[in-house]
Design a protein. Structure first.
Length: 275
């Protein structure tokens, strides 16, 4: 029988600079199965998609138990490793972050994203020493369970436009080094897709670098050549799905037509995936 430790080791090995792990993020069991059926080696949840599906906004507005329950359902739906987005850890203290990681492991997931944006001020980041303490607590919780948990330390310097642009890369690298020293397995730098910056980050950070891609990002081959070890799509897949719902509703009410529904997956295909 495959153990959680085995699954975690398999997931960690998927992070290879130059041959990145590709993650079109899921937000419920069906989206997870669609991703797996498309050939994904692992499934990652998106905190925004999960929050929206469960009836609240993203950004530390949802409760830990709801996220863990959804994570458990996603894990049960697929046969590949799952990593969960737990925002900033659902806790004010490192001890509470450890409780969250214990819950993620109990749900059967083998990785988590832990961000350094301050939950009460999205324009600011936590002090790197404080964030390192939170990451260290998360690592200790996983070590106590005997699982080589993949702790993806998200750094929001670029996404939030924090600090002086001239020193932003240096600040990002400094944070990355502190977070890796505290126990992170890799770092996630959303908001960066230009190849020169990705190349510098990959060269200066001694750990796997995760990039957030989207419609304006370079293709996978270019980000891979720059040294990315993981490329994820974040909330954009869920947002695109909800855009179809919006277009279909507006077309129905405004035009009385249904063309927005063209190209939808067949009922039988979806139902079979969930059987």
């Amino acid at each position: 029988m495959t153990t959680l430790r085995d699954t975690a080791e398999r997931f960690g090995a998927l992070h290879r600079p130059g041959s990145p792990l590709l993650l079109p993020n899921a937000w419920d069991p069906l989206s997870a199965r669609l991703v797996e059926a498309a050939g994904a080696a692992a499934v990652a949840t998106t905190s925004a998609g999960v929050a929206w599906a469960l009836g609240t906004a993203d950004g530390d507005r949802i409760d830990r138990d709801s996220v863990l329950a959804l994570t458990r359902r996603v894990v049960a739906a697929v046969g590949v490793p799952v990593t969960a987005d737990v925002e900033s850890g659902f806790g004010a203290t490192p001890a509470e972050v450890a409780v969250t990681i214990e819950g993620v492991l109990a749900a059967g997931a083998v990785g988590a994203n832990l961000e350094d944006v301050h939950p009460h001020d999205p324009s600011a980041l936590r002090d790197p020493v404080e964030q390192a303490e939170r990451l260290a607590a998360a690592r200790s919780a996983a070590a106590a369970a005997g699982v080589p948990f993949y702790l993806n330390a998200r750094i929001d310097t670029y996404l939030r436009g924090v600090g002086d642009p001239d020193t932003r890369l240096a600040d990002t690298v400094a944070r990355a080094r502190a977070y890796l020293a505290a126990g992170a397995s890799g770092v996630f730098v959303p908001g960066v897709v230009d190849v020169p910056t990705v190349t510098r980050l990959a060269a200066e950070i001694d750990g796997p670098v995760n990039i957030l891609a989207g419609p304006t990002a370079p293709p996978v081959r270019e980000l891979a050549a720059a040294g990315a070890a993981r490329i994820s799509l974040g909330s954009s897949v869920a947002a695109a799905a909800y855009a179809v719902a919006q277009r279909a509703a507006r077309e129905l009410f405004e035009d009385g037509t249904y063309t927005a529904l063209e190209g939808g997956l067949a009922y039988g295909v979806l139902n079979t995936l969930m059987s």
